[in-house]
Each structure stands twice: as C-alpha cells, then as structure tokens.
Ligand binder design. Structure first.
Ligand code: ADP
Length: 782
C-alpha cells in the first residue's frame, strides 16, 4: 500500500512540472491574445477615426475647390457682364485671375455666345472685330441654336491653342448645362463627357470631364443675357490634384456625378496601393448638382492605425510565455529531480547505514572473539574502544582518561615486574606522540590480576581515516611464552652440558689412548679423526645454542669499550690458530664506545674476526683489520676487513640467511649460521650489518651500533634496556640444580671420570655459555 502510494506520488510529481508549464503557457497565450485583441480593437477605432478625419478633409477639399471654381467663374462672368461691348481685351482681363488661380484639372475658360443659324455670319464678323480675328463659326448642322466659344484662354500650356468656333450645341452635356445656367441665372455643372479636344486621344488617356457654366447677364435694369463663361475640367486630373495633398497616398477616391437623368457616372477614380477595408461616401454639392465622393483606405496604412504594436505585442507575448513556460518547467522538474536525488541519497544513506551497522556488528564480533586485547584511546587518552580480551588482560576497568594515573590504576611495570612503567615508555602514550612500537613488554599486576601478567604490546597512532587523533594498542599475553622460554633455556643448558660432557670424556679417552699407543700409526690416525669429529660436534652444539640465545636471550645493555674487546678477540683467535699455519696478522684502529650487550657484541666480533682468519687460501697469511667507518649521528660503524678468498657477488645478499654458505666455501669447516646470528644480534640492537668487497682484496664486513652516550642525554640510546631480573637468577639456579643432578648420575655410572677436563662452559651463566663461538679451523671436513 505504502509502495503504491509512493509510486502514485512519484507519478503525480513527475507530471506536475509539465502540467504547470502547460498552464503557464496557456495562460500566457490567452493573455497575449487578449491584449492583442484589445490593441487591435483600439487600433480599429483609431483607424475609423483617422478615416473619418481624412474623409472630412477630402470632402472639404473637394467642396472648397469646386466652390472656388464656381466662385471664380461667377466672378469672371460678372466682370465680363460689366462692360457694354465685350472684346478680347475685356475677356483677357476678366479671365486673367483664372489663369493664375492654379485651378487643378482645368483645361480652358471660354466665352460662349448663343447664336442662331441666321445670325452666324453677323456674329462671326462681330466677334472677329472684337478681337477673335481667326474665328470661324462651325455650326452643327440640323439645329438652329448654336453655342460658340468665341474667346478661349487655355489654362494649361500642354493643351495647346484654344478651340473657338466649335458648336457646343452639338455636345449634349455642355449644351444642357448652358441652357440650365441661362434659365437659372446661376452657375451650373454639366454631366460628364469626354472633352471634344480629347476625343482624338487613345481611349486609355481619355478622361471623363465636365464644364462649369456661368451665365453672363448685363447689369442694366432689364438684364440681357449675353452668353456664358465656361470652364472645362478633366475629372481625373481634378480629383487627383485635389485629393493628392489630403490623401497622402493613403486614400482611394472616386467622384461620381449624378446626372440630370439620375444616372450616375464616375467622373474620376484615384487608386493607391493597399487593400482598402474602410470606406466613406459623402455628397458633394457641385454647382447645381450633388455628386458623390467615395473614399476608401487600407486601415493598415493609416497613420496611428497601422502600427505594428499588436504584432510586436503578440510576438513578444508569445516569446515571453514560452520562456516563462520553459522556466516553470525547468524549476518544477528541477524540484522533482532534486527530490529524486534526495530520495536516492536517502536510499544510499540507508544502505550505508545498514552496511555500517553490519560492519560495526562484524567488528564487534571480531573484537569479541579476538584473543589479543585491543584498546583505542582518543587524543586525551580517553578510552574509545576496548574489547573483552583487553578488559580481561588488564584486569581492571577504564578510569576515563588521565594517562598519568594509568600506571597506578592498571599496575603497569616494566618486564622485571617491579619497576613502575614510566609514562613516556607506555606504548599508547608513545603512539599518541606518533611513534610506532612493537613488542613492548609491560607487566600488569592489580586487584583484577593479582598474579600478574606479562603483556607484549604493539602501539600505533590512530589512522587519520578515523577522523580524530588517538592511538591503538594491541596486547597479547606472553606470560606462558616467557615461562616456556625459561624452561627452554634450562633445557638448552642441560642439553649443552649433557651432550658436551660425554664428548669431553670421549675426547679425553682418545687423547689417553694416543699417549698409551704412540707407536701404532693406524690407531693414532683413527683416534685423531675421532678427536676432530668430537671437536666439530662440540662446535655444532655451541653454534646451535648461540643461535637460539641470539634470538631469545634478553639484552643486557651497557656501555662497551670496543677497542679492548676487539683486541682480546683478535688475540684469542690468533692464539687458537698458532702452529696450524702462517702466523695471523691483525690491526685495530681506535674505536668509540658503544651501547650494547657485551656478550652478544663479543659473539659478533668473534664470528666476523674468526671468518676473516678462516676464509683464506691455504698457506696464505690470515689478516684482519678492524676500523671505524662514518655513521649517522649517535651511531658507531665498525668495519672488519680481511685479505681472504672474498665472497662472490650473487652470494653477498644471502650469506646472512641461516645455513647459507657461499660458493667456494665447501673446503672450509662451517655451519652457515654464524652471520645469521650476527644479523639477529645487530638487529636487536637497532643497527645494520652488511658486506662488500675489500678494495685491497678479500671481504669487508660492517655493522652499526648505538654510540655510547658521552655526556649526552641518555635518550640517545635507542635500545630499551632489558634488565636482568630474578628470571635469569631463577634460570641459573635451575640450571645449577639440573647440572648437579646430572653430574651425580654420571659420577655414579662412570667412576673416576669426574677428573676429566670439563667440556662445559667455564661459567654457569647459560647465556654466556651459549655465546661461546666455535673455534675456526682451516681443515677440510671429514
Ligand atoms: P660458516 O662460516 O660457519 O659457514 P657464516 O654464517 O659465518 O657460516 O658464514 C656464511 C658464509 O659466508 C660462509 O660459509 C662463507 O661462505 C661466507 N663467508 C663469511 N665470512 C667470510 C669471509 N671473511 N671471507 C669469505 N667468505 C666468508
């Protein structure tokens, strides 16, 4: 159920973002469209207003212009009516204002007189006399009333000369207008027609035209009709000229004349580019007629109405909406993504928690089952972790930090079991100072461990991955091990004595037999071989004992003067060889004092010097030189060089291994254990041992030891003292007891043999006994 609920929630949250974004987009589009519609409506209203204004202006312009034409014409007619006898000069004077009035579309102004057919010759003569010298009246046949223009003033140079003498009575539209003007005594306008002068033009260039006609009546008391002043206009030019300034290229115009018979004729049309969607039709009074002015415009082209604002708003709105939608989508789905990441992180955290619980459980189980004690403290010495083994070994519980109270609280002593352990020697304290320690022996005796327990403790600074400063100590109980070692030491002493004593007896009897039977060659030879074999066996026993001692015997450190010790060893070794070949030669340089176990150091020197004298070519003089080399501060380097057979390079690295003998050494007696013992002893003193070729031939061994502290702080000494306590006294006492028992048994079994030379070590100190190095010999092995 919960899972389904969570899944449904996830599905919901997955769709929330897109739904939100879609809603925002929809809202944005609607708002944009709404605004754009409002703008368009406002724009439409604006365009209607502009259209109205433009239409009014156009209408006013057309009206004003037609009024002006009519007025000018009436004025001209009045001017002409003023004189008694009209001649060309009068007409010219009266019509001059028309010429300078800039009448758009106007072609010509003419003075037209009515003439009957009978009057034509007289009229022609009269008007020729009045100034129209070229006048020839051309009456329309078939009618009696004729209307002849007798004076003409062209208003547009392009139209050439005036046409006088043409009978307008033959053209219905102007004829009708003339008659109407005469009757009404007011200016009239004709129906539209193509001017007589334009009829020769191509159809495309012909325009609908019309004439204004103003009657000329004398101003006498009884007015007399004289004729008309007629103004001819081309409709297209007129409309184009009038609307040009008003329309500004934005208005279509059409001027429709309503003729006398009610028919409608388009006088002119003006087209401008665009797609007209607005239109107005207004009446225009033109003289005695009412025409119609039609106007159309493309709202997009009208100023103020044709703005691109809605398009810009639409585009901008849509872009903004899109951006907003995208933003919302990113934010909303980002939230969903973040939530998914949080959920994933939470799941990982849970898994990590489970894993860390499992690890903690595992660690706990391991800690519980470990036989070694593990204790972890923080930088202030507060206990962070202690396994059951540690609690059992320590005997008492934690006291919460305070390292200075540890010695008393835990009853911590040095290995001798009596010297309180100084704080600075405790492995945990040393580890807190960054030092690694191995196998530090700490004796614990307290209420929980009344019999005491000897611990071997390894200390390490806490690994930085733990995230805090601290230290770890691993302790193991070596009480039984030490006891066993003690037993082993006793056993080794006893075995040494037991094996060596019979050997000494065998050797003694052999020597007696040689003396008693000096004349029997063969017997002497056999007895000598027995003695040599006995000696080798004795040497072997010594070496094996020395090997075990070098490994396990506690160190008794002290300052040792090297030079006298070396001289003693050299002299002993040289004396042992005396008579068996060339006299050995040796030299010793002044050497510094060192901190070492004297017995073990003696063994090292004895072995190296013994080898120097041993590994020489047969007949060659054994030579040994002991010098001091350059060592690190606080250390001494001792070098033992010889002029012997040398060591092949491949063997150099291996001669310190137990039982390894170099190539070419088979002819020399040896066990291959001497250098292994030396390395162990030097190691235990913290030094190093090595070998190289002696530049003058032969071999050069070197080893380092801590220099004796001459007036320096004793902390220079790196070897922890291994005090000889009651244990060794116990061992010695036990060994003495064992040897006494064995001697009693031997005495009882072999009476008289007690006087034989003893093969046992001169001292009862087992360590000293075991470190007696074998005497070198140059003889071939049997
Ligand atoms: P051992 O002398 O009893 O064989 P060591 O451990 O003292 O055992 O020496 C190991 C081997 O190193 C020897 O067998 C010998 O081959 C070689 N060796 C040691 N010292 C010398 C030396 N001074 N000159 C030549 N070879 C040596």
């Amino acid at each position: 159920m919960v899972e389904r609920g969570v899944t449904a929630g996830r599905v919901r949250s997955r769709w929330t973002g897109p739904a939100l974004a879609a809603a925002v987009v929809l809202g944005g589009v609607l708002a944009t469209l709404f605004v754009v519609a409002g703008l368009r409506s406002a724009q439409h209203d604006g365009s209607q207003r502009v259209m109205d204004q433009r239409a009014q202006m156009a209408l006013a312009a057309v009206r004003a212009e037609t009024d002006r034409y009519r007025t000018l014409l009436a004025t001209t007619a009045a001017g002409i009516a003023a004189g008694d006898e009209l001649n060309w000069a009068d007409f010219d004077l009266a019509s001059a204002p028309l010429a300078s009035a800039g009448l758009i579309g106007a072609v010509a102004v003419a003075y037209v007189v009515p003439v009957t057919t009978a009057q034509i010759p007289a009229a022609q003569a009269h008007w020729r006399a009045a100034g129209a010298s070229d006048l020839t009246l051309r009456p329309e046949p078939g009618r009696d009333d004729h209307y002849f223009p007798v004076f003409t003033r062209m208003l547009n140079e392009q139209d050439g000369a005036g046409r006088t003498g043409t009978d307008l009575g033959g053209v219905p539209q102007p004829a009708a207008a003339l008659r109407a003007a005469e009757q009404t005594m007011r200016p009239t306008v004709s129906d539209t027609y193509v001017l007589v002068r334009d009829r020769g033009l191509p159809a495309g260039r012909q325009q609908q035209s019309f004439v204004f006609a103003a009657p000329v009546w004398t101003r006498a008391n009884a007015p007399v009709f004289r004729g008309w002043v007629v103004l001819g206009l081309r409709g297209g030019d007129f409309l184009a000229g009038v609307l040009d300034t008003v329309s500004q290229g934005q208005l279509d115009g059409s001027l429709v004349a309503v003729n006398n018979d009610g028919s409608r004729a388009e006088v002119a049309r003006l087209s401008v580019p665009g797609d007209p969607d607005l239109s107005r039709v207004d009446p225009v009074p033109v003289a005695d007629h009412v025409w119609e002015l039609g106007l159309r415009a493309d709202s997009a082209r009208l100023p103020g109405a044709g703005s691109r604002l809605p398009a810009i708003v639409l585009t901008g709105g849509l872009i903004l909406t899109g951006l907003l939608g995208w933003l919302v989508l990113v934010l909303a789905t980002g939230r969903a993504r973040a939530r998914a990441r949080v959920e994933q992180a939470t799941a990982e955290l849970r898994a990590a928690e489970v894993e860390s619980r499992r690890q903690a459980g595992l660690l706990g189980a391991i800690m519980t089952t470990l036989g070694d004690g593990v204790s972890v403290v923080d930088g202030d010495g507060r206990l962070l972790l202690e396994n059951p083994a540690a609690r059992r070994l320590m005997g008492v519980g934690d006291i919460g930090g305070h390292p200075e109270t540890w010695q008393e609280h835990y009853g911590a002593y040095r290995a001798d079991g009596v010297t309180p352990m100084p704080l600075e020697e405790m492995p945990l304290i040393r580890a807190l100072h960054g030092e690694q320690t191995d196998g530090v022996e700490v004796f614990i005796r307290n209420a929980g461990r009344p019999d005491g327990v000897l611990l071997s403790v390894d200390g390490r600074p806490l690994d930085p991955s733990a995230g805090l400063r601290g230290a770890v100590a691993v302790s193991r109980d070596i009480t039984d091990l030490r006891r066993y070692e003690k037993d082993l030491a006793i056993f080794a002493g006893v075995v040494a004595h037991d094996l060596k004593a019979p050997l000494a007896i065998v050797r003694g009897h052999c020597e007696l037999a040689i003396e008693d039977h000096g004349d029997e060659q063969e017997l002497q030879y056999s007895l000598s071989r027995i003695i040599r074999s006995v000696d080798r066996m004795d040497t072997l026993i010594e070496t094996l004992l020395a090997y075990s001692t070098a490994r396990d015997a506690p160190l008794r450190i002290g300052d040792v003067a090297l030079e006298p010790l070396i001289r003693e060893v050299l002299q002993e070794r040289a004396a042992a060889l005396r008579g068996s070949g060339p006299e050995p030669e040796w030299s010793v340089e002044p050497l510094p004092a060192v901190r070492a176990d004297p017995a073990m150091l003696r063994h090292v020197l004895d072995n190296l010097i013994g080898n120097a004298f041993k590994y020489v070519r047969p007949g060659a003089v054994p030579r040994a030189t002991v010098t001091s080399g350059v060592a690190a501060p606080g250390w001494a380097r001792i070098e033992v060089s010889d002029a012997g057979i040398g060591i092949p390079d491949p063997d150099k690295a291996r001669i310190f291994e137990s039982f390894h003998r170099a190539q070419g050494s088979a002819a020399y007696a040896g066990t291959g254990l001497g250098l292994a013992i030396c390395q162990r002893i030097v190691d235990r003193h913290g030094g190093e041992i090595g070998v190289e070729d002696n530049p003058g031939g032969g071999t050069r061994f070197h080893f380092t030891l801590p220099a004796a502290a001459v007036g320096e702080d004793d902390t220079m000494n790196h070897i922890p003292a291994e005090p000889v306590g009651d244990e060794d006294a116990e061992v010695r006492a036990a060994l003495d007891r064992a040897l006494a028992e064995r001697a009693a048994i031997l005495d009882s079994r072999l009476p008289g043999m007690g006087a034989l030379p003893s093969a046992a070590p001169s001292s009862h100190d087992p360590a000293a006994a075991r470190l007696h190095a074998p005497v070198p010999d140059h003889q071939q092995q049997d």
